[in-house]
Design a protein around this ligand. Structure first.
Ligand code: MG
Length: 243
């Protein structure tokens, strides 16, 4: 792992021109990083589409992961009906999607994710949530599963952004909240659009393949390092905060 981290640090410097300093903020995505919620989200989106005459494949929603619900709904409506989504459609379809998602039961916590948060805190960094989600059931549950790790002022959600991932905006707001320059910040995301957002924001970016993506997909999206578990992510954070 040490070799892999050294390569990643070189990659980070080559693309940003900066050297990673001791991290002050570690920014965590939520779905697929803290909660194993992506299968449920895909199922819920597919059902919303079926109910509204929108053709879609359940798996295509992995590719949209990280975007806000409004952006996903607009894409689906444009594709099916050749026009932008109305405000009412965005509101109604998203509300319906949240109801279906909640009815599927609570998603499990991703193994190793608590360790990664602990590693950040032990290393003297703030944990910041950076999610495109507006799913209240998951946001409310954070405090129960990750007690004290993500207080309200350390959360960036769908309610805080205009553009959302893959735009760098959410991770830039995350750094501002964490009081960290890009060279003192780490982004942790499992989706290509999320990795793109963190990478463009200038943070050292850890791509964690917790879903059905092919190996290398997150490096291609701009991650400095790609691993396939949150345990590995915890090890990287421990190393980077302990240097
Ligand atoms: Mg995610």
């Amino acid at each position: 792992m040490i070799k892999k981290i050294e390569t990643a640090l070189k990659r980070y410097t080559a693309r940003t021109g900066a050297t990673l300093q001791r991290p002050r903020a570690v920014m965590f995505d939520m779905d697929g990083i803290l909660f194993d919620s992506m299968p449920g989200h895909c199922k819920a989106w597919k059902q919303v589409c079926d109910e509204n005459g929108i053709e879609a494949e359940a798996d295509e929603f992995y590719a949209y992961e990280g975007r806000t619900g409004a952006s996903t709904i607009d894409t689906l409506i444009r594709r099916q009906f050749g026009r932008p989504a109305t405000e009412a459609e965005i509101k109604d379809l998203y509300a319906r999607k949240c109801v279906i998602f909640k009815s599927l039961g609570e998603p499990s916590v991703i193994p190793g994710a608590s360790k990664a948060c602990e590693a950040a805190i032990n290393g003297g960094a703030l944990c910041i949530l950076v999610t495109g989600s507006g799913q209240r059931s998951n946001l409310d549950r954070l405090e129960r599963e990750y007690p004290g790790v993500f207080p309200q002022e350390q959360r960036i959600t769908a309610f805080d952004v205009k553009r959302g991932k893959p735009d760098p905006e959410p991770y830039l707001i995350g750094m501002a909240k964490g009081g960290a320059e890009p060279c003192c910040a780490i982004g942790v995301d499992n989706a290509p659009l999320g990795v793109m957002s963190s990478s463009r924001a200038g943070a050292f970016t850890i791509g964690v393949r917790t879903g059905p993506l092919p190996e290398g997909a997150l490096l291609e999206a701009g991650a400095d390092i790609e691993v396939d578990s949150m345990y590995d992510c915890a090890e990287i954070i421990t190393t980077l905060t302990g240097r």
